[in-house]
Design a protein around this ligand. Structure first.
Ligand code: FAD
Ligand code: NAD
Length: 406
């Protein structure tokens, strides 16, 4: 019998971990493995807020695919997926077409825009290396412009962050640390700069431990962040944003609008004929698409109910990695002719969110709360553990956060 073709789409947490594990678990004769990714690197999405603020260089977050994959075992194709045809078992790429016996979709997330006018044109989002690098450059360029303008332009020094979920809060922590450096670099008095967060809900970090939320907001306020809670972004223009609170609208002039107000699955998945909810496939317990026994979906393109909370698991790297490990094990079973697949069981390691370099909040071991430096050390331990898991000690030493105790 000929070897089955396993095709993995995307080299984010879900796709790369599936591929690395398949490479380890399958023998060369078991299957042909192909990985398709837009770039020739994997990147740490969980560090993008640092890149966006300019507190971490983007090269620290990028790992060449060749450092993770043995090209003798895995056929790597650097290309962009355009569409998937699950009936015909084909994937259309920008520069060709692939057929598969088994498919793993790990194409990640897109920014949710909720149809808000002007958002796509005038706001930036923290989505990938390119978008994050652009945010860093634009903010820096606006600071550089400030002292070259004939009139005082407060809009150049006003940074607006839409959404106070984890992404918004983590970016606020980084940008609040970066602003004093930018002020020094461009001869700008710190008091001229405003960092405004606009959150539609009644609190930041909805659903998270209230004591930790209060700590986070206090710490960010001490660093100069102004919170506008229960306030909705309604429109974005070239000149700034329009917000609404209690039916009153206000225009906030800003040239630095960062939208961090939610994510959906990749629209390619939504447009490829799968049953979807916000571009996410409601997968079965074993992470296969409901209608297709040969299609597995991992990470932010999958949605699965948590039986304990009766709510979907959130789209996180932690879950994408665990989904990938399971999928590699299940694919091993399938290629060996065993169709009894393991169900997904989430092993919750906790949640830790950074408030900028040496400060953070978190909950680990179910209910143990962490604040400040201990939380920030934990965050770096989590990042380092991932690197060890993915590429061993060599990768950890090359890319790890080794400044943990400074
Ligand atoms: P992604 O990481 O989005 O990867 C998708 C991959 O697919 C990318 O490599 C991309 O280049 C590739 N791709 C996309 N489209 C195409 C295409 N058409 N063709 C070819 N390739 C394509 N979660 C946590 O658990 N802990 C955290 O601390 C945390 N911090 C975060 C911080 C930030 C700033 C953000 C934005 C998110 C954070 N998350 C965190 C959430 C986490 O990053 C996501 O849940 C995770 O990245 C999802 O992994 P994924 O593999 O599904 O997709
Ligand atoms: P989110 O959906 O968690 O938060 C988005 C926030 O934006 C919400 O609070 C929402 O009320 C607000 N919002 C929506 N529309 C708005 C509007 N028009 N105006 C103002 N506010 C508006 O999204 P996220 O923060 O991008 O997180 C996405 C996923 O990534 C989540 O699962 C999160 O847990 C995960 N994540 C985890 C970490 C971590 O563990 N450290 C860090 C970042 C992201």
């Amino acid at each position: 019998m000929s070897r089955p073709n396993i095709v993995v789409l995307g080299a984010g947490y879900g796709g790369i971990m599936t591929t690395v594990r398949l490479q380890k678990e399958l023998k060369a004769n078991d299957a042909n493995i192909t990985l398709v990714n837009k770039n020739d690197y994997h990147y740490q999405t969980t560090w993008l807020h640092e890149i966006s603020a300019g507190t971490l260089h983007h090269d620290r977050a990028r790992i060449p695919i060749g450092d993770l994959i043995d090209f003798n075992r895995v056929n790597f194709i650097q290309d962009t997926v355009l569409s998937i045809d699950p009936e015909g078992q084909r994937v259309q790429l920008e520069e060709g077409e692939l057929t598969y016996d088994y498919l793993v979709i790990g194409l990640g997330f897109e920014t949710a825009t909720f149809g808000i006018e002007g958002l796509l044109e005038h706001a930036h989002s923290i989505t990938n290396i390119n978008s994050s690098r652009l945010i860093r450059e634009e903010i820096e360029s606006n600071f550089a412009k400030y002292n070259n303008e004939p009139e005082e332009r407060d809009d150049l020094l006003t940074i607006v962050v839409g959404g106070a979920g984890f992404t918004g809060i983590e970016f606020l922590g980084e940008i609040a640390n970066r602003v004093p450096e930018l002020c020094e670099e461009y001869d700008i008095p710190r008091e001229k700069v405003r960092i405004i967060n606009v959150e539609a809900g009644p609190t930041a970090l909805a659903g998270f431990d209230p004591e930790l939320v209060e700590y986070a907001m206090n710490r960010l306020e001490e660093k100069g962040v102004e919170f506008r809670i229960s306030t909705m972004i309604k429109k974005v223009t070239e000149d700034g944003i329009v917000v609404e609170k209690d039916d009153e609208q206000e225009m906030i002039p800003s040239r630095n609008v960062v939208w961090a107000a939610g994510v959906t699955g990749n629209s390619i998945v939504g447009e490829s004929g799968f049953e979807v909810n916000r571009n996410k496939v409601p997968v079965r317990e074993d992470l296969r698409a409901p209608e297709y026994d040969n299609v597995f979906v991992v990470g932010d393109c999958a949605v699965l109910m948590n039986p304990e909370t009766e709510r979907p698991y959130p789209p996180t790297a932690q879950i994408a990695i665990q989904m990938a490990e399971l999928t590699a094990r299940n694919l091993k079973q399938v290629v060996h002719g065993n169709n009894e697949l393991e169900p997904f069981e989430f092993d919750n390691k906790g949640t830790v969110a950074s408030l900028g370099n040496t400060d953070a909040i978190g909950v680990i071991f179910g209910d143990r709360k962490l604040f400040g430096r201990s939380a920030s050390i934990m965050k770096k331990v989590i990042d380092n553990r991932y690197l060890l898991k993915l590429g061993g000690v060599g990768l950890f030493l090359k890319k790890g956060k080794l400044d943990m105790y400074h």
